[in-house]
Design a protein around this ligand. Structure first.
Ligand code: ADP
Ligand code: MG
Length: 712
C-alpha cells in the first residue's frame, strides 16, 4: 500500500487488526448478526428477545431516581415500552421527544412496570428494511462498527474470489466445496434472515465448511512447499557400520534397549544415512528412555568424524539428564582423542573459553549445554547432528539458530578414518545447496496426530510407545488443600520406608519479580513438622552452584524432601523418589502436570502423585482446572493427556505459537474437522504438481506475507 497521505484513525486501526488487503477484510467474518429485517409487535415479543419495533413516543422525561436518566415511553399500537438512557445529550432528548415516530432496536426486558429497553438503538421510523441480517464484527474503539461494515462490504465487492480449488480435486467431505468462496463469503457477511443461526454458530453451514476447507488447503500447500524446499537442502550422509562407536555404546549399556527404542533407533539411523537433513521429532512418554536413543544417534555422527550438539532447556536438566549419557560415551571417546564439551550460561569465563576452543577445533565430538550452545561465539568445526531435548520449551528462532550452526565449509575431523564416507552428493550439487545439520527434537509432550499433520508436514515423527520394564504405574490422587495434614502423614510414611519425596509449588511471575511465597512457606512448614529430615528448597533464581549442591544432596539420598518450583519439571531422574506432591495443582497446565508426575515411578517402588488443589476465594474450581485435574487422575497415558490438553486449551500452546508467530487456524478446528484436514492433505501435493498457478493464488490469498513462519 503506497504511503501517499497520512492514515486516518480507523485506517490505522484496520492495519493494526491485520485488515490490510481486500481479501483480509473479506475474511473478517462477523462475530454475530442482528436482525433488522423485520418489525415486530411488542404484543408478540418475548422476554430477552432482541427486537426491532416502530412506535410513537408518548412521553419523555428526565428522572432522578435511582439515578439521573432519560425515560422515554413508546407505544407501537400493541403495547407500550419504556426506553431508559443513563447518559444522553440534549440532541438525543430532542430526537426522543413526545410525538416522534421511531424505529427502535434493543433487547426486551419484562418487569413489574412492563417492557423496558436499556440504551436501545433508534432512528426515525420508516425507510426500507434490509433484506439480510446485519453483521456485527469484532473491532476496536478506533474503528466504529459502521465504518468497518462499509469497509468490509466494499472490500468484499472488490476482492478477487475466483476459484482456486482445481476441477480435478477429489470431492470434499460434507459437500464442503458445494459453495464457491464468493458465495460463502457473501453469505457469511450478509446471511438471509431465514438461515439457521445454529448452523452458523456451530460452523456446520456449507458456507463455513467452504471456508475451513480453503484454510486447511492453504496451510497444507504451504507445508508441502516448505517440505519440498527442505528436500533441496543437503546434510552429510552418516552411515553406520559394524564395530562402530554406536555398537560399542550398545554393548556398554547396563540394560537392553526396549523394542520401541530399537525401532526408533533404526528410523533415526536410516534418516542420518541420507544426504538430506533429518528433521525428526522423537516423542515418548516421560521415562520412556529417549536420552539413550539420542546418544546412539550421536555415536553415529561422531563415528563418521562429525560433531554433535545436544541442547536442553535448563542447566539442571542439561547436567542431570546428560550425566549418564556422558558416563557412557566418554570412556569410548577418550581412546579416540575426543572430548565432551559443556556450555552453560553460568560458566566462568576461563572455563568457557577452553570449551569454545574444544568446539571450534573439533576436539569436542559432543557438545552438551543449555541455550549457551547457540550463542554467537560458539563455532563448530563440523556440526552434523543437533539434538534438542524437550523441544517444545524452545522457540522456533532457537531451533533455527541451532540449524544455522553448520558452516558451509564444514568438514569432518581428519582424525577419523571414516571422514566423508557415504557423501554421495556430487560437488556441484553440494555447492548449490544450503548445508544443514540433521535435527533430532525430543519431547515427552506428544503432538496429537491431527496437529502433527497440519503444522509439521515436513516433520518425521518417531514414537517410543513402551516403557522400560519394571516400572510401576503412578497412582494419582486429587486432594483438597484443606487435607494437607493427611498428605504430610503420607510423606512421613514414605520417608520411614526409606523413600524420597518431591513437593512442587507453582511459581508466580509478575513482570520482574518472582513470588516464592508458596515455596518458602511450604519449605518452612515441612522442615518444622518433619524434624530430623533434611528438607531442601530449590528455585530458578538460586545461583547455579547452590542449585547443584541441593540437587546432589537429593540425588545422593541424604535429602528426604525436595521442595521446589518447576525447575525439576524436566529430566530429573531419582529412582528412589516415590511420592510427588503438587501444590496448587489447579494452576498448572496438563502437560506440565504430566511431566512433573513422571519424576516418580522411575524405580520399582509403588509411587504416587498427590495433586493438592485449593479452590480459592470463590470456593469453586474453574471448569478448565477441574477438567485438567480430572484428566490427570483418570489417565497416565501421555498421548491421551495430550489429546485432552488440545481439547481444553486449543493448539496454540503446543506449538509455542507465541514464540513462533505461526498463524493458527482461524476457522477450522482440528478436533472437529479432521476429515477436511485429510482431504486438504491429499489434495495439496497433487495441486502443486498440476496447478502451480492456482497454488500461488490460493496461498497468497490465505497466507499473504505470513508463509515464512510456517517454514521455520
Ligand atoms: P526420557 O524419555 O523421559 O528422557 P530418560 O532417557 O531420562 O527418559 O530415561 C529414563 C530412565 O530410564 C533413565 O534412568 C534411563 O537410564 C533408563 N532407561 C532407558 N532405557 C532403558 C531400558 N531399555 N531399560 C532400562 N532402563 C532404561
Ligand atoms: Mg528426557
Amino acid at each position: 500500500m503506497p504511503e501517499t497521505k497520512a492514515l486516518s484513525e480507523p485506517q490505522k486501526a484496520l492495519r493494526k487488526l491485520g485488515l490490510d488487503r481486500d481479501i483480509d477484510l473479506a475474511l473478517h467474518i462477523p462475530l454475530r448478526y442482528e436482525d433488522e429485517t423485520r418489525i415486530v409487535k411488542l404484543r408478540d415479543a418475548r422476554e430477552g428477545d432482541p427486537v426491532q419495533i416502530e412506535a410513537w413516543v408518548t412521553d419523555s422525561q428526565v428522572a432522578y431516581r435511582p439515578r439521573r436518566q432519560l425515560v422515554v415511553t413508546v407505544d407501537d399500537g400493541s403495547d407500550t415500552c419504556q426506553l431508559r438512557f443513563f447518559s444522553f445529550y440534549p440532541s438525543q432528548q430532542k430526537a426522543l421527544a413526545e410525538g416522534a415516530r421511531l424505529r427502535i432496536r434493543g433487547e426486551l426486558k419484562g418487569g413489574f412496570l412492563g417492557w423496558t429497553m436499556m440504551h436501545p438503538a433508534y432512528k426515525v421510523a420508516g425507510g426500507e428494511l434490509p433484506e439480510a441480517l446485519t453483521p456485527v464484527y469484532s473491532t476496536v474503539a478506533a474503528l466504529p462498527q459502521p465504518y468497518l461494515r462499509k469497509a468490509v462490504a466494499s472490500a468484499l465487492a472488490r476482492a478477487d474470489l475466483s476459484e482456486t480449488i482445481p476441477p480435478d480435486a477429489p470431492p470434499a467431505p460434507g459437500q464442503a466445496t458445494a459453495w464457491s468462496l464468493g458465495q460463502a463469503l457473501r453469505f457469511l457477511h450478509h446471511p438471509t434472515p431465514e438461515v439457521s443461526l445454529a448452523a452458523l454458530e456451530d460452523r456446520t453451514h456449507p458456507a463455513w465448511l467452504r471456508l475451513k476447507a480453503e484454510e486447511l488447503l492453504a496451510q497444507q500447500l504451504s507445508q508441502v512447499q516448505s517440505r519440498r524446499a527442505h528436500d533441496e537442502l543437503r546434510s552429510p550422509a552418516l552411515a553406520t557400520h559394524a564395530g562402530a562407536l554406536h555398537e560399542q555404546l550398545l554393548a556398554a549399556l547396563p540394560f537392553q534397549l526396549t523394542s520401541a527404542q530399537r525401532r526408533v533407533g533404526e528410523e533415526i539411523a536410516a534418516s542420518l544415512a541420507r544426504d538430506r537433513p533429518m528433521h525428526r521429532l522423537l516423542q515418548g512418554d516421560v521415562g520412556s528412555g529417549k536420552t539413550v536413543v539420542a546418544a546412539l544417534a550421536a555415536a553415529i555422527a561422531i563415528d563418521a568424524g562429525w560433531q554433535c550438539a545436544l541442547m536442553a532447556p535448563t542447566e539442571i536438566l542439561a547436567e542431570q539428564h546428560f550425566r549418564k549419557l556422558i558416563g557412557w560415551l566418554e570412556p569410548l571417546l577418550a581412546p579416540r582423542g575426543l572430548r565432551v564439551a559443556w556450555l552453560t550460561g553460568s560458566q566462568k569465563k576461563k572455563e568457557r573459553g577452553a570449551m569454545l576452543e574444544l568446539v571450534s577445533s573439533g576436539a569436542a565430538a559432543l557438545v552438551v549445554g543449555t541455550h549457551a550452545v547457540i550463542q554467537e561465539q560458539v563455532q563448530f568445526k563440523a556440526l552434523a547432528l543437533a539434538v534438542i531435548d524437550e523441544q517444545h520449551r524452545f522457540g522456533v528462532a532457537q531451533r533455527l539458530a541451532l540449524r544455522g550452526k553448520m558452516r558451509a565449509d564444514a568438514t569432518p575431523s581428519p582424525s577419523s578414518g571414516r571422514a566423508g564416507e557415504g557423501g554421495s552428493t556430487d560437488a556441484l550439487d553440494e555447492a548449490a545447496a544450503q548445508r544443514e545439520p540433521h535435527l533430532l527434537m525430543m519431547s515427552a509432550t506428544p503432538i496429537p496426530r491431527t496437529l502433527a499433520m497440519s503444522y509439521y508436514a515436513d516433520l518425521d515423527v518417531s514414537t517410543i510407545d513402551e516403557l522400560p520394564p519394571g516400572r510401576t504405574p503412578v497412582v494419582t490422587k486429587l486432594i483438597s488443600d484443606s487435607r494437607r495434614e493427611e498428605v504430610i502423614a503420607r510423606i512421613r510414611g514414605q520417608l520411614e520406608a526409606g523413600r524420597q519425596v518431591y513437593w512442587v509449588c507453582p511459581l508466580i511471575e509478575e513482570s520482574e519479580t518472582l513470588d516464592l511465597t508458596d515455596a518458602t512457606e511450604t519449605h518452612r512448614q515441612l522442615s518444622e513438622v518433619l524434624p530430623g529430615v533434611l528438607v531442601g528448597l530449590l528455585h530458578s533464581r538460586m545461583p547455579a552452584p547452590e542449585k547443584k549442591a541441593v540437587m546432589s544432596l537429593f540425588t545422593g539420598g541424604q535429602m528426604g524432601v525436595l521442595v521446589s518450583t518447576t525447575v525439576i519439571e524436566v529430566g530429573v531422574d531419582v529412582p528412589n523418589a516415590s511420592l510427588m506432591v503438587i501444590e496448587h495443582a489447579e494452576r498448572f497446565g496438563l502437560s506440565q502436570l504430566h511431566q512433573l508426575r513422571g519424576r516418580v515411578g522411575r524405580g520399582a517402588a509403588a509411587s504416587a502423585c498427590v495433586l493438592l488443589y485449593s479452590a480459592g476465594d470463590s470456593g469453586k474450581l474453574s471448569d478448565t482446572a477441574r477438567a485438567r485435574l480430572k484428566a490427570m487422575a483418570e489417565t497416565g497415558d501421555g498421548f491421551e493427556i495430550a489429546r485432552r490438553d488440545l481439547e481444553i486449551r486449543g493448539p496454540g500452546e503446543f506449538l509455542g505459537a507465541r514464540q513462533s508467530g505461526a498463524p493458527l487456524l482461524r476457522f477450522a478446528d482440528l478436533t472437529t474437522d479432521a476429515d477436511l484436514l485429510e482431504w486438504a492433505r491429499a489434495l495439496a501435493p497433487l495441486m502443486l504438481d498440476r496447478h502451480p498457478d492456482l497454488v500461488e493464488r490460493h496461498v497468497a490469498r490465505w497466507l499473504g506475507g505470513r508463509q515464512d513462519y510456517l517454514k521455520a
